[in-house]
Design a protein around this ligand. Structure first.
Ligand SMILES: NC(=O)c1ccc[n+]([C@@H]2O[C@H](COP(=O)([O-])OP(=O)(O)OC[C@H]3O[C@@H](n4cnc5c(N)ncnc54)[C@H](OP(=O)(O)O)[C@@H]3O)[C@@H](O)[C@H]2O)c1
Length: 284
């Protein structure tokens, strides 16, 4: 039995705890920070093994593993005056916040892991990227999605930036739904069709990955058929190159951010806590 402490009980932590309660981790004890008030109170009311601490300091005192679930710009306030111990493991969910920065705030604790799930963790689905390797932390997150342990912190940074396609993917789906509506298809039919189609595609692509095969779009097209025409049209319109340039722009925006924490954030796709790319390769 482990004692898991969460400082910053926001939407991600709520999803993580809810998902952990559906697996082997339900044997652990959970301590949540008093903020957010509503979420921490509701978790404590919902699960017998979750306790709402009276302060962040109490969470630190009572936990073996501490999860940082606040937004990067809230980090300093949340950790002020807290006393960590050298044997505590720190798991940071903070996007674009290097280990070196976390290390400077949680000393003398030195054992720091970064874990980057997506919103799909709520359904125990999607990637959960982690750096560096740690068996105990891996055991906790293995059940919550496709655990990917990377060898370099810069890989974790890059995949976090790639997650910026999430809402665009939703927009793409909605555009197809709207097109169907414009052709007189009922909303329920259009939505059911499009959501199910993309879910099926996700399974297909996951299978190629499991089989370590390349995903070759042409293999899924009929010569001269609808898909070939659609892909070629988008290619000629520069659509896919634009996607690459969008990711380049996201990366550049993050690198160019000033070292102070700023910017609106949600869902892990926020601006960086500091100029991450310049410092993270030097992280231990
Ligand atoms: N959401 C995702 O899918 C996702 C994915 C990957 C990574 N992340 C990362 O996870 C972190 C949280 O994201 P989120 O979407 O869950 O944000 P969120 O809902 O805004 O959660 C932040 C939480 O931190 C609390 N907090 C703020 N200041 C605090 C303090 N001084 N002491 C204790 N708690 C404090 C907030 O409480 P109040 O409500 O009282 O202010 C809130 O509950 C971010 O760093 C983000 O980069 C999120």
């Amino acid at each position: 039995m482990l004692r898991l402490g969460f400082i910053g009980t926001g939407s991600l932590v709520e999803a993580v705890i809810g998902s952990l309660q559906r697996g082997a981790s339900r044997q652990h004890r959970f301590y949540v920070s008093p903020r957010s008030q509503t979420r921490s109170a509701s978790l404590a009311a919902g699960y017998a093994n979750v306790e709402r601490a009276s302060s962040n300091a109490e969470v630190v005192e009572r936990s073996d593993i501490l999860f940082l679930g606040m937004r990067p710009q809230q980090l300093d306030d949340a950790l002020v005056g807290l006393r960590f111990s050298p044997d505590q493991v720190i798991v940071s969910f903070l996007a674009n916040t290097p280990r070196s920065l976390i290390a400077s705030k949680v000393s003398p604790a030195t054992h720091i892991c970064r874990v980057m799930p997506t919103n799909a963790v709520k359904y125990r689905r999607g990637p959960v990227v982690m750096y560096p390797r740690d068996e105990v932390v891996e055991d906790i997150f293995r059940e919550l999605g496709d655990l990917i342990v990377v060898d370099r912190e810069s890989d974790l940074t890059a995949v976090s930036q790639a997650s910026a396609v999430m809402s665009s993917h939703f927009k793409l789906q909605n555009t197809v739904v709207e097109w169907l509506l414009s052709r007189g298809v009922a909303q329920s039919t259009a939505a059911a069709y499009v959501r199910s189609m993309f879910r099926g595609f996700a399974e297909l692509t996951a299978e190629t990955s499991r089989a370590r095969e390349l995903l070759i779009p042409e293999d899924y097209e009929t010569k001269g058929g609808l898909n070939e025409r659609g892909r070629r049209y988008l290619e000629e319109a520069g659509w896919f190159e634009h996607l690459t340039r969008t990711l380049d722009a996201i990366e550049t925006h993050l690198v160019l951010k000033p070292s102070t924490v700023a910017g609106p954030m949600a869902n892990g796709d926020e601006s960086t806590a500091q100029s991450a790319a310049t410092t993270e390769n030097s992280c231990k």
